[in-house]
Design a binder for this molecule. Structure first.
Ligand code: APR
Length: 238
């Protein structure tokens, strides 16, 4: 059963490209993290079993950078859209730059780097902001603490909730993602035919069907798009 399309609902689906101009690296660009690290070693359950110290070091470095990064004009423009739309941000990013820019509904499908969690099934989570996790740091049930992020091969969070948001949106903005990691990338297909769909990215490798593709920097294109959508709303009869 498909939900009703709400024309005042605007869903943003973001990836690492939206945080690139805040100084946080992407994954698959030439200077991306998966060119300097093997994801199997630092972002998978097998890597965690084989060398947890390497995994902790990888995320400790990223956590500190994310903690000191500041939102850019794209994050701010997305937050400004809440003045006229019911905005839900679905992000693959583990930083909290959308929240710091003022977005009030943010769903992290790949987890949040500012949190640690137990490595047992209890999944107790603890906010650690920019602090490192070290070996021997245990959660209440005695399990080693790990980053509260989703590794390759682990279950994505809030997938069905995210799909329903996209399926009920009148506008969908996809920004700063190569759409190369599933099942999350398939969320874009839940956007309805009559919804306005825009993709903003430096590289538009695989434009989703029905998406208007704007090639360029998020900090330039997203504010311009937000201004257009806010003006549209002003012109709408109340
Ligand atoms: N403005 C707009 N787009 C940009 C910018 C920018 N300044 N810089 C980079 N991009 C685009 C790139 O062209 C690319 O299409 O952002 C995209 C980044 O793609 P990836 O590096 O693959 O990152 P992402 O899509 O977020 O990866 C998804 O993969 O490894 C996992 O968990 C990781 O959440 C991540 C997921």
């Amino acid at each position: 059963m498909k939900p009703e399309v709400q024309f005042d609902k605007l869903v943003v689906f973001s990836g690492s490209g939206v945080s690139a101009e805040s100084g946080l690296p992407t994954f698959r660009d030439s200077d991306g993290l998966w060119n300097s690290h093997a994801w199997e070693e630092v972002s998978s359950p097998r890597g965690w079993q084989r060398n947890p110290e390497a995994v902790l070091a990888f995320y400790n470095e990223r956590r500190l950078k994310a903690w000191h990064a500041v939102p850019n004009a794209a994050h701010q423009a997305i937050a400004s859209l809440e003045a006229a739309y019911d905005v839900v941000v679905i992000t693959q990013n583990v930083d909290e730059l959308h929240e710091r820019a003022g977005s009030s509904q943010v769903i992290h499908v790949h987890g949040e780097i500012a949190y640690a969690r137990g490595s047992s099934e209890a999944r107790r989570r603890y906010r650690i902001e920019g602090a490192p996790i070290s070996m021997g740091q245990l959660c209440e049930d005695g399990a080693q603490l790990r980053p509260d992020v989703v590794w390759f091969g682990e279950e994505v969070q809030f997938l069905e909730e995210a799909r329903l948001h996209i399926a009920s949106a009148g506008k969908v903005l996809v920004v700063g993602t190569s759409l190369s990691v599933f099942p999350v990338a398939s969320l874009v297909k839940a956007a309805r035919g009559r919804a306005e769909k825009v993709l903003v990215s430096l590289g538009v490798e695989k434009p989703p069907y029905g998406c208007k593709c704007l090639r360029g920097k998020a900090t330039e294109l997203v504010p311009a798009l937000a201004a257009q959508w806010l003006a549209e709303d002003n012109d709408r009869p109340n």
